[in-house]
Structure formats: structure tokens, C-alpha cells
Design a protein around this ligand. Structure first.
Ligand code: G3P
Length: 221
């Protein structure tokens, strides 16, 4: 399973890169706004230079022509840029055109298997079901994910599914158990994947025992 960070924060991206487990990054307009980014293209370029893997940058236009114009500009920033496009009729039309131009796309704000099927048919490179937001409205995010993976397998579509809007480690693990291609996760969730109280207790105990042995050996001369 590939792990992407869902952030536009350069320090977080650098840290995950240093840990050696970062495969890509996804951003959206809210994450860009959170970082107070003034130079959008420059910021995406800096992310690409750190990550060396797919980096999703979202279009703002809502009409096909506007989306295509933004997408072509975004794709010129760096070869790793993936253009994120919402799953609307205008968006799906744009994805179809971009896939013929070999511009990679990430169809976003997906909440149903029907929407995902349209994105697959249009030639999307990635499809992002919003797990956390599906759970927020009382639906079952894992049922949605299972439907998407079943449809992809049934027809051999090329798209990869990105488990997005991930809120906790369990989302990541359940997505992995289902064989989901990618999870894009906030930095806090990535940190949470590392932690277990018994690991911390175990390290404390090992260090304590080691130090006691060293003390004893010193005293024994
Ligand atoms: O990747 C999509 C993500 O940024 C949305 O997450 O937590 O705002 O629902 P969230």
C-alpha cells in the first residue's frame, strides 16, 4: 500500500520523507489556505522537489474549459503533478480530455460507487473516496471502499483508489486490509500509526534494565 500525506505543510512533508515511508502528497484548497500559501505554483513545485512522487494539486474552476486551462498549467509545474478535479459532469468531461493528453488526474469528493464508476470510465488515474466525511453523514465508508475495489477488479480499470479524508489509524488499517492501493493521511494520523503504549513501556523497560546492568558491572569493577 502506498502512503501519501494529506497536507501542504512543508515541514511535515520533509519529516515523512526523512522517515522513508512517503510515496506522495495530496493537497486541496483548504489545506493550501491553512498554510497561508501566496505562490500556489511555487509551493506545489517545492512539495514535488521534496516528495519525488505524485503530488495532487486541485483546480478551482467549475467549468470544463476553466478546469482544462488550470490543469494544463498545473501539469507544467513538475512531472509529478497530478491534477485534482471534483466529480461533477464538467470535471468528468475534463478528466476524459486530460487522460488523452497523458495528464494524470485525481478525481476528488467521491461519495458513491456511481461517481467512482464515472471517474474510472473517464480514465482517471486516481479516485479519492472521502471516508471520514462519509462516516460523518452516517454512512459506512468501508462499504463504499469495498464497492470501488470490487468494480475496479471486475473490469480491470487502471485507476488507483486513494482512501482520503482519513481521520484515524483504523481507517488506514481497514483500507490496507481490503487491498486499497493508497491512503492519504494527515500528519497526526501518520504519527499515530507509530504509537502504541506497550511499545513505549517496552522501550522504558529495556533501557532501565540495560542501565541497571551497566551500574552493576561498574560497581563489580
Ligand atoms: O484528501 C481529502 C481530505 O483533505 C479531506 O479531509 O478531513 O477535510 O474530510 P477532511
Amino acid at each position: 500500500m502506498k502512503l501519501f500525506l494529506d497536507t501542504a505543510n512543508l515541514q511535515q512533508i520533509q519529516k515523512a520523507k526523512d522517515w522513508g515511508i512517503l510515496d506522495g502528497v495530496t493537497t486541496n484548497p483548504s489545506l493550501i489556505a491553512k498554510e497561508g500559501v501566496r505562490d500556489f505554483h511555487g509551493h506545489i513545485r517545492r512539495i514535488c522537489e521534496i516528495v519525488r512522487g505524485p503530488v495532487s494539486a486541485e483546480v478551482i474552476a467549475l467549468d470544463t474549459e476553466g478546469m482544462l486551462k488550470e490543469a494544463r498549467e498545473l501539469s507544467k509545474i513538475h512531472e509529478d503533478v497530478v491534477v485534482k478535479i471534483p466529480v461533477t459532469p464538467a470535471g468528468i468531461q475534463a478528466v476524459g480530455v486530460l487522460s488523452k493528453e497523458n495528464i494524470h488526474t485525481n478525481v476528488t469528493l467521491v461519495f458513491s460507487a456511481g461517481q467512482a464508476l464515472l471517474a474510472m470510465k473517464a480514465g482517471a488515474t486516481y479516485i479519492s473516496p472521502f471516508l471520514g466525511r462519509v462516516d460523518d453523514i452516517g454512512w459506512e465508508s468501508m462499504d463504499l471502499l469495498e464497492d470501488l475495489l470490487t468494480i475496479i477488479d471486475a473490469y480491470g480499470f487502471d485507476a488507483e483508489i486513494i482512501a482520503a479524508s482519513v481521520r484515524h489509524a483504523k481507517h488506514v488499517v481497514e483500507a490496507a486490509r481490503m487491498g486499497c492501493h493508497i491512503a492519504t493521511i494527515p500528519f497526526q494520523v501518520l504519527e499515530a500509526l507509530f504509537h502504541h503504549p506497550q511499545t513505549d513501556n517496552g522501550i522504558d523497560r529495556f533501557i532501565k534494565d540495560w542501565n541497571q546492568l551497566q551500574d552493576r558491572l561498574r560497581k563489580e569493577g
